[in-house]
Write a protein of this length. Sequence first.
Length: 150
Amino acid sequence: MYIFGVPLMCSFTFGFRGSLAASLSAANAENNLVCQNGQVYDSSGTSFNTTCNAEWRGNDLQVMFATDFFSCIDECSAWNNGRPADDIERCAGVAWARDQYSPPAYPNTNACYLKWSMPAGHGQYNSVIDSAQVLNNSPTVNFDVSRSPN
């Protein structure tokens, strides 16, 4: 099965936490935040390391829809809220696809992939995807996005 041209590695459900994401997204837009490599972003007490123009294929926990990259990160933080640290369904990070528009039920949003794993060394260049990893969940990944495939 494929969704947005990406093969599914597991089953998932669609979701969107409109009020949380909308309020946090408005604050992010107000501050004109954009993805910057190596930027540490705090979302509800959880720190994320950002990697622009990179994706980790597979390991999708759930697909949601977010208005911007930072709202996508906020979805990961909200997903983990109340889950024990050893819960296998914790979100380890996200991939926000700037060019994958949502269904009509979620206007003005893009696909936000919550990841259960983002192994070091598996990030791949992708000019339309920004990713972020939970810092206390996985090692910081050094990914050279200046090199794109020819």
